[in-house]
Design a protein around this ligand. Structure first.
Ligand SMILES: NC(=O)C1=CN([C@@H]2O[C@H](COP(=O)(O)OP(=O)(O)OC[C@H]3O[C@@H](n4cnc5c(N)ncnc54)[C@H](OP(=O)(O)O)[C@@H]3O)[C@@H](O)[C@H]2O)C=CC1
Ligand SMILES: O=C1O[C@H](COP(=O)(O)O)[C@@H](O)[C@H](O)[C@H]1O
Length: 488
């Protein structure tokens, strides 16, 4: 396994939710597993005043909370926290960056760190342009030595429209090289998502069937039981289409639909992803209401920081097509929603049925041959097929062949952020989004957002928390018609 070189990670937004709940716990896990370089420090930055020790105490609580189901070795935790430092300053004010520059210099001297720095932007998105500008104005976007480097990790949302994503890309590329920019999509850090590529491209049995000749349709979903919680301000301006579909679910779609790269290297893989997005069939305005449904859970408008007349969607289901040789006319049903009956993300590949049905209970419409890739929770892969019920006659029953990740119990399943942080430290951008892919995905999403803006509440359906909008999904043809097998 490759090891990352010694380096410094600067986290902007260090007092925030993401840092406490995801970034530091993931870095702690990497520390425990011995995956961090020998000389590695984290410098957190935000406006709230803390000394190094106060900040360590503040984050210690969050790390413990985030790892509540695991045993935390206090000595390991303290040794990890000794790598953590903090600087209070206003990162929107270029004149204050000398404080950051001095602190970095001091840490590099004291901790004998090379001039290799990752900047992680975990701040409100309005600061994603400003922080890089300030870094450039203060000469901090380029390394001072030949073997040094700079990298920047940008959190989501990456833009709120095609125009803003293009503007942000243009801005960042003016300050950093494309290969120094890491646009995070935490779904790509999930083990099960990476396994889509291994399942498809390391097995001879699936790929010959992986096309329009044998596949009837594909469903890609992410259902959540939680509502918007304390993120009403962000979410009400975003909605499910921007929050989940434009990034996470479209990336899952790309992994499911892409061609095999000729080599397993970042750029060939990212080339294949962008080809999928460019082949997506754009929605014509008059089709949008037939091919996309959007809903809002009852009570959403009473959530904190949500407009009382909000038309923001908390649920979206859409039927997409990829106009290329492999997928022509195969529907991809993509859906996501908050306050649904269960938390589950999965990909279901529905294979075509046999040309003729011989047995009672056999599937007719689509097919009961399904490959279910369960992204979370209970990570698993299941193949469903029909078998004879024991006893007289020939009645078909659907059964499943299962692989469960927890059967590999000795192998630790890392959190998505662990994998992605480590990759950025190693300089591997395979699992990060490239600018052209992001722009191509926005190209599909933008007209839908415009259409909904014009429509207001028209065609927005309301659902009770705990319901999953079955009628609306059926409108798209997503729910199997009454099938004799009774179990698909
Ligand atoms: N939370 C999550 O689960 C996820 C978050 N994200 C993204 O990550 C980013 C951060 O989210 P989250 O942690 O939830 O947000 P929070 O609001 O919890 O944190 C924002 C951070 O930015 C800091 N900040 C704000 N203004 C300034 C300033 N002028 N100068 C310096 N620091 C500043 C705040 O600290 P202070 O007030 O002390 O200055 C705080 O540390 C967002 O873009 C979000 O979209 C993405 C996926 C999931
Ligand atoms: O990025 C986001 O993802 C989460 C869902 O992530 P998961 O890993 O729990 O599936 C979602 O709740 C949030 O709204 C969104 O911003």
């Amino acid at each position: 396994m490759k090891t990352a070189s010694n380096q410094l990670l600067v986290i902007f937004g260090a007092s925030g939710d993401l840092t406490g709940r995801k970034l530091l716990p993931s870095l702690y896990e990497l520390h425990v597993r011995g995956l961090l370089p020998e000389r590695f420090c984290i410098l957190g930055a935000a406006r709230t005043e803390y000394s190094d020790d106060e900040y360590r105490a503040f984050e210690k609580v969050h790390i413990r909370e985030s790892l509540k189901n695991k045993e935390v070795d206090e000595a390991e935790l303290d040794s990890f926290l000794r790598r953590v430092f903090y600087l209070a300053f206003d990162s929107t004010d270029s004149a204050e960056y000398h404080k950051l520059k001095d602190r970095i210099h001091q840490l590099q001297q004291e901790q004998q760190l090379p001039d290799k720095i990752i900047y992680y932007l975990a701040t409100p998105p309005v600061m994603y342009e400003l922080i890089p500008t300030c870094l450039k104005e203060n000469g901090m976007n380029v390394a001072g030595s030949e073997d040094g480097w700079r990298r920047v990790i940008v959190e989501k949302p990456f833009g709120t429209s095609l125009e803003s994503a293009e503007r942000l890309n243009k801005h960042l590329i003016h300050i950093f090289d494309e290969k120094e920019i890491y646009r995070i999509d935490h779904y790509l850090g999930k083990e099960t998502v990476q396994n889509i590529l291994v399942l498809r491209f390391s097995n001879g049995i699936f790929e010959p069937l992986w096309n329009r000749n044998y596949i009837d349709s594909i469903e890609i979903s992410a259902s959540e039981t939680l509502g918007v919680e304390n993120r009403g301000k962000y979410y009400d301006g975003a909605g499910a289409l921007r929050d989940m579909i434009q990034n996470h679910l479209m990336q899952l779609m790309a992994f499911t639909a892409m061609e095999s790269p000729s080599v397993f290297d970042p750029e060939p893989i990212r080339d294949e992803i962008v080809k999928v997005f460019r082949a997506l069939r754009p929605y014509k305005t008059h089709d949008m209401d037939n091919l996309i449904v959007r809903g809002q859970y009852d009570g959403y408008r009473e959530e904190k920081n949500v407009a009382p007349d909000s038309t923001t969607e908390t649920y979206v289901a859409m039927k997409m097509f990829i106009d290329n040789w492999r997928w022509s006319d195969v529907p991809f049903y993509i859906f996501t929603g908050k306050k649904l009956p269960e938390k589950s993300s999965e990909i279901v590949v529905n294979f075509k049925s046999t040309p003729h049905q011989l047995f009672a209970g056999q599937c007719s419409g689509g097919s009961c041959n399904k490959l279910i890739i369960r992204i979370q929770p209970n990570e698993s892969i299941t193949l469903k097929f029909g078998l004879k019920m024991p006893g007289a006659g020939f009645t078909v029953k659907q059964v499943g062949m299962d692989f469960r990740y927890d059967s590999l119990s000795k192998n630790y399943l890392p959190d998505a952020y662990e994998r992605l942080l480590l990759d950025a430290m190693l300089g591997d951008s395979t699992l990060y989004a490239r600018s052209d892919a992001l722009e191509a995905s926005w190209r599909l999403i933008d007209p839908i957002l415009h259409h909904w803006k014009e429509e207001g509440a028209k065609n927005l359906f309301f659902y009770a928390p705990g319901e999953d909008g079955p009628i609306e999904k059926a409108k798209l043809g997503m729910v199997p018609k009454d099938c004799p097998c009774q179990s698909c």
